[in-house]
Structure formats: C-alpha cells, structure tokens
Design a protein around this ligand. Structure first.
Ligand code: CP
Length: 305
C-alpha cells in the first residue's frame, strides 16, 4: 500500500484515503510489535536529524525502524553538526541521502522541512519544523482518537493552550478537517490564538469552530487536547511566565465528564498529575501509539507495506 507522496512535510498533503490507509497499516503494525517485530526493513537505514530537542519523536522513530529490522543513525543538536559551521540544510540533506535510505528531521525553522524535501534523494519526513507542522504527531493523534473514541467522523475536539505556536494542533486541525461533522473548540489566551492559516482552512470548508479564553467552555467535547506553552517560541520571557500556566487541568475539572484527555507531551504543569490515574487520561497511550504509526510511515514511504 504505497502512499502517493515521496516526502511527508505537512498533513495538508494527505487525503482522507491516505490517512485511513496509514491508520490501517498502523493497526497491523501493532500486531507486528506484539509478535516481536519483523524483518520488513532489513538492510534499510534511517537518519534521525534532530536540531531541536526531542524525546518521543526521535526515540519512537528509531524504535520503529529497529522493530522492522532496519537500523538508525542520529545527529542530535545543531552544535554537533556541520550546520553549526554554516553548511546549508540543502547540502546536509543531499549528503545524508547518500548514506541512508530515509530521513526524518526536526529543525527550529518553519519551512525547513520543505527546503529539505525539495532536495532529498531519499524519502524525507518532517519531525517538526518550528511552529510549522508536526505531521507524524497528528497521525498518531488521530490514531489515538480513533482507538479511544471508536470514530473520527463527528468528533468534537477541544484544543487548549498555545494554539499560535503549537505545530501539533496545526497539523491535527488539517487532518481532522478531512473527516465529516468534526467540531473544534479552541481555548487559548488572546495572545496565543489559532493562526489564520488554520482558521481560514476551517472557514473554507465550513468546519464548525468556536474560540474562547475559558477552559470550562470546552469540557463537554469528546477529546480535550492540552498543549504546552512553548518557552522556545517566545522572545519576551516575562510574557512566557505570565501565560505558561494559564490553564492547569486537574481531576476536579473532569469529575462527571467522559472527555478523553490527550497531550503531545512534554507537559510543564498544564495537566496536574492527579489526572494521570483517570481511565480517560490517554496521553501515555498516545505516546505509545507513535511507534505503530511511525512503523507504518517508514514501511509505506519505503514501498514495503
Ligand atoms: N510530542 C513530541 O513531539 O515530543 P518530543 O518533543 O519529545 O519529540
């Protein structure tokens, strides 16, 4: 089941059929993991280039490659790569494409993924480009929503926190917008509202959304998608300090509610730890789902699924 794309830089490249196919292969990959892995990508090498910090994305990409019988090489931190010496992204990617079969990259600059994909001789996956997109997170999020709620059509999702800089909510909005009768409640301080690139997409497609500053107005949805206010995107540290814990979800907010709580993680206090024990707290299951989804993407982009 090959995808009709060579590189994945944005969820806007994906149709509903593409997304459903990835979810189906991801479900099959869960069985592969349960059976102890496979040799599907034996001999293939993944380059994991992370010029911004990561725990989940990098390690789950590497684990996914290993679970399919392949291997991974990493470059972590700008200061340990030749980008630090002034090498361009284009040159770096063209060289790494000589060494490996597929590349994933995280970079602080929005648009860096498109630059890399434009020259990459091998399949390229965006693992987060600044405040731009994080398509593989969106795919694992949608896989999680399907598993937790048993549906995607008709989902009502509340997104909370840093909607301006949060690349995960941008990518997820475009992907969920492919499904029928999806509703969004967008909770953020006015300084961090969802950017126009997303709200104009909602408007063009007649997708229902409301914007509010009040968390309580979003608690009757199916999914509560909390996000971190991202220090690394702020020029003014005082503004970050003022906004970082505007929304702190705790178990009392959720009393009597059926809403499934998700978060791309890491969290910095916006979900109190008393939520963790609730059966509706899905964020650690969500992180686990990253393995199967990234296995599916690696296999499909390498034409092996
Ligand atoms: N969700 C996510 O992208 O986590 P990392 O920054 O740890 O990769």
């Amino acid at each position: 089941m090959p995808l009709p794309i060579k590189h994945l830089t944005s969820t806007k490249q994906l149709s509903r059929d593409d997304t459903d196919a990835i979810l189906q292969v991801a479900a099959e990959m869960e069985e592969v993991v349960e059976k102890g892995g496979s040799e599907m990508l034996k001999g293939k090498i993944l380059a994991a280039l992370f010029y911004e910090p990561s725990t989940r994305t990098r390690l789950s990409f590497e684990s996914a490659m290993h679970r399919l019988g392949g291997s991974a090489v990493s470059a972590v931190g700008m200061q340990f790569s030749s980008l630090y010496k002034g090498e361009t992204i284009e040159d770096t990617i063209q060289v790494i494409g000589q060494y490996t079969d597929i590349i994933c990259m995280r970079h602080p600059d929005q648009g860096s993924a498109d630059t890399a994909a434009g020259v990459s001789p091998v399949p390229f996956i965006n693992a987060g480009d600044g405040p731009g997109q994080h398509p593989t997170q969106a795919l694992l999020d949608i896989f999680t929503i399907q598993k937790e709620c048993d549906k995607l059509d008709g989902i009502h999702i509340t997104m909370v926190g840093d909607l301006k800089f949060g690349r995960t909510v941008h990518s997820l909005s475009f992907l969920l917008g492919l499904y029928k009768d999806v509703k969004f409640t967008l909770v953020s301080p006015k300084e961090l509202v969802m950017p126009e690139k997303v709200t104009s997409f909602f408007d063009e497609r007649n997708i229902s959304y409301v914007q509010t500053e009040h968390l309580e107005e979003g608690l009757d949805a199916d999914i509560l998608y909390m996000t971190r206010v991202q220090q690394e995107r702020f020029k003014d540290s005082a503004e970050f300090e003022r906004l970082k814990l505007k929304y702190v979800l705790n178990a009392k907010h959720l009393k009597g509610k059926k809403i499934t709580v998700m978060h791309p993680l890491p969290r910095i206090g916006e979900i109190a730890t008393d939520v963790d024990a609730l059966p509706t707290a899905a964020y650690f299951r969500e992180a686990r789902n990253g393995i199967a989804v990234r296995m599916a993407l690696l296999a499909m982009l390498l034409g092996k699924a």
